[in-house]
Design a protein around this ligand. Structure first.
Ligand code: PEP
Ligand code: MG
Length: 584
């Protein structure tokens, strides 16, 4: 009887927060970032190579730790510094290194396996101690071990991520996501994360589906499963039935057809039905998007996040590297303009090993880091000014909290201009300077800021999290984190009016700008410039061409009288549905 039995694997559905639209069907790649997994190499061990790999990993780890130590010295107390000192001392332990080399040669095992075993042995010895302090050192040693192992396998690990797979992880940092972006991924699903975390933003610009805040998907999915990721509804379906697969394949076709219809608006101006021009630009994440912009969008860039260069390599790019990159953008986009934002490092955009603050989003982030690191800031400003000679670059500064910061920035800009003039290096003398409006302090005294700068750019991702005190990365407070909250709308209204009063430029570059309901509202509130992800560009443009500004104005006026996010949403949904039919 056994022969006739068929084993049916039950389909399982897991729900999370939809972070990037799209559907993919395929194999998962379960990624474990916390403890780098060893991937055995095929064939015999090359002893010499293993020893070199080991030594390089130790050197690289020391380099990283020295860098962190230097940063930490400026910011952390003595006690925290001791931790890094202990890590460094551990890496200088010649007895350990000799032992590892000896075992690699004698046992013909890989550096990874030997080092891992040696550390385990040391940890076991420490755990036998009666002294709490000594036992607690195990955590430090684990930290160092992971750093060294990661450096040993980094390249191998990333190259082993299968092409065309859906990455499942407990958590992904923006740095992980950027590194994976070269692997033709089909999507991401993570246990933690909110829909406006930088990982979600990157997934959207890669145009792959993503679901975040799934709690424990990384435990439920294994490498042998077959899955569907539905970035519209925020679902991961494990081992789907034949019927489910067919349903999703049909949806993919439907979605592709819808995408094709969007090409109709490529060549038409971004203008409402009743003739109001809305400047639509894109948030550029990857250079490959520039080709898309030139062929399908023909627009400028409203936000270029320069910290991506940092996240890719883990180091601040040199002035020359930056100059080349900014020049490339300016040159290729000319005559359209490119708003380039200075490094917004911190928050979730740091390398895992430098994450030492209890509240990184309220900590050393954005302009705060740049102003504390004048050499890095000067190099970036010089690179930007030099590149401004080749196109229409505007410079924007993130996380602005005080007028003093703006004034300090301007002193640096003037200093760099002076330096370039002295050296006869050409640049745009009238380059525009703007600030991101994302910290509530700006909303309380907008005119004072407006008098200092050429433009405001509303960063609704952060503005929402700071106004509502709800972490943009947290799935626990995602109900609270809503940019359509009446408090956020009132803040935006204040900024729009201040920009008008002071006759300075204004755009919205947070995710809200590309959200269909919200773009309708923002236009009605008087925003004339929206910067959206490249993947939302045509959809937003089509919405603009379908709506009447006069009607949007009425909707916005009404929305601004409402008390709750649900009322606002209901109103916007009704108005939106009148204009356009959703496909899904
Ligand atoms: C924002 O905060 O809205 C923004 C555009 O900046 P980022 O998402 O990079 O923090
Ligand atoms: Mg921001």
């Amino acid at each position: 009887m056994l022969n006739n039995m068929t084993i049916t694997i039950k389909e399982e559905i897991y729900k999370g927060l939809p972070a990037s639209k799209g559907i993919s069907i395929g194999k998962p790649f379960v990624y474990k970032s916390e403890s780098p997994a060893y991937i055995p190499t095929d064939g015999d061990i090359d002893i010499e190579k293993e020893i070199i790999d080991y030594e390089q990993a130790i050197e690289q780890s020391k380099k990283e730790l020295h860098k962190i130590y230097k940063l930490a010295k400026e910011k952390l107390d003595e006690k925290s510094l001791l931790i890094f000192e202990a890590h460094l001392q551990f890496l200088d332990d010649d007895v350990l290194h000799t032992q590892v080399r000896k075992r690699i040669s004698q046992e013909k095992k890989s550096a990874y396996v030997v080092f891992d075993a040696e550390i385990k042995y040391i940890e076991q010895q420490l755990l036998l101690s009666n002294d709490d302090y000594i036992r607690e050192r195990v955590a430090d040693i684990e930290d160092v071990k992971h750093r060294v192992l990661r450096n040993m396998i980094k390249k191998k690990l990333f190259s082993k991520i299968d092409e065309n797979s859906i990455v499942i992880a407990r958590n992904l940092t923006p740095a992980d996501t950027i590194l994976f972006s070269n692997r033709n991924l089909l999507g991401f699903a993570t246990d933690i994360g909110g829909t406006n975390s930088h990982v979600a933003i990157i997934a959207r610009s890669l145009n792959v589906p993503a679901v975040v805040g799934m709690n424990d998907i990384s435990i439920h999915i294994s490498q042998d499963d077959y899955i569907i990721i539905d970035g519209y509804k925020g679902l991961v379906i494990k081992n789907p039935s034949g019927r489910t697969v067919t349903k999703y394949k049909n949806l993919i076709l439907k979605y592709e057809e819808y995408e094709k219809t969007l090409s109709e608006v490529e060549k038409v101006p971004s203008r409402t039905k009743d003739g109001k021009d809305i400047k639509l630009t894109v948030n550029l994440e990857f250079n490959k998007e520039i080709d898309y912009i030139l062929t399908h969008a023909g627009c400028g860039v409203g936000l270029y996040r320069t910290e991506h260069m940092f996240l890719e390599s883990g180091e601040f790019p040199t002035e020359e590297e930056q100059y080349k990159q900014y020049r490339l953008i300016a040159d290729r986009l000319y005559p359209e303009d490119a708003i380039i934002r200075t490094f917004d490092i911190g928050g979730d955009k740091i390398l895992p090993e430098s994450q030492k603050e209890a509240n990184p989003f309220l900590g050393w982030r954005g302009i705060r880091i740049c102003l504390d690191k004048p050499d890095i800031f000067r190099a970036q400003l010089r690179a930007l000014l030099r590149a401004s000679n080749f196109g229409n670059i505007k410079i924007m500064f993130p996380m602005i909290t005080t007028i003093d910061e703006v004034r300090k920035i301007k002193v640096y800009v003037d200093e760099m201009k002076h330096e370039l003039r002295e050296k006869n290096i050409p640049f745009n003398q009238n380059i525009e300077l703007g600030i991101m409006v994302e910290v509530p302090s700006v909303v309380f005294m907008p005119d004072l800021f407006a008098r200092e700068v050429d433009f405001f750019s509303i960063g609704t991702n952060d503005l929402t999290q700071y106004i509502l005190a709800a972490d943009r990365d947290s799935s626990f407070v995602s109900e609270l984190y809503q940019w359509l909250d009446p408090a956020v709308l009132r803040a935006i209204d204040i900024i729009i009016k201040s920009a008008e009063r002071n006759k300075i430029g204004l755009n919205v570059c947070g995710e809200m700008a590309g959200d269909p309901l919200s773009s309708l509202l923002l236009i009605g509130m008087g925003v004339n410039e929206l910067s959206v992800e490249t993947t939302s560009f045509l959809r937003t443009k089509r919405l603009i061409t379908l709506l009447k500004y006069d009607e949007a104005k009425k909707v916005a006026a009404k929305a601004l009288t409402m008390n709750s996010v649900s009322e606002v949403k209901e109103l916007l949904e009704r108005s939106y549905n009148k204009i356009i039919k959703k496909i899904y």
